[in-house]
Design a protein around this ligand. Sequence first.
Ligand code: GRF
Length: 188
Amino acid sequence: MTRGMPEMKTVGILLSGRGSNMMALVQSGVPVGLVASDKPDAAGLAWARDHGLKTFALSPKGIGKAAYEAKVDAALREAGCEIVALAGYMRLLSDDFVTRWRDRIINIHPSLLPKYKGLDTHARAIAAGDPVAGCSVHIVTEELDAGALLGQAEVPILPGDTPDELAARVLVAEHRLYPQVLKEFASR
Ligand code: GRF
């Protein structure tokens, strides 16, 4: 008898921008059923399309959040997605959406949570004089960047670092950490 790869759940990825974390996830071999975006012109969406992935693009503008999320939810289910990975998705999911996907949505955040929830994490870490920064993968709950931690990676903050320089260093760590954690999460 041959033993194959452990069975992994199909992942739907939500993004709003360049999608470098989505690329890392796709390239790691996690089964991706759908890449969806609230920004029809997101660079990450074009990359996904060019790489033969199923994509879904819809702006909530004009139709409202509830109708928008209902369509995203339907697209994810139709594509057979069982878990959702946020990868630079710049909208807050509603409580209703989180409830429907309870404990099945994960996110990567560019700080060592619980420090620096929200935006401008790198500038805040530098201003605080922290010696290290990093990234965290966590379960998404109704509260912003507050769900259970699944993994973290640290990088040093170097003297004279600008927020952009630090962000670039953290991003390299994100591209290693996120696939590693998602693979484990998708195999549960
Ligand atoms: C990453 O830094 C991620 O941690 C944060 O948004 C950024 C997205 O970058 N949530 P990319 O679109 O994956 O390149």
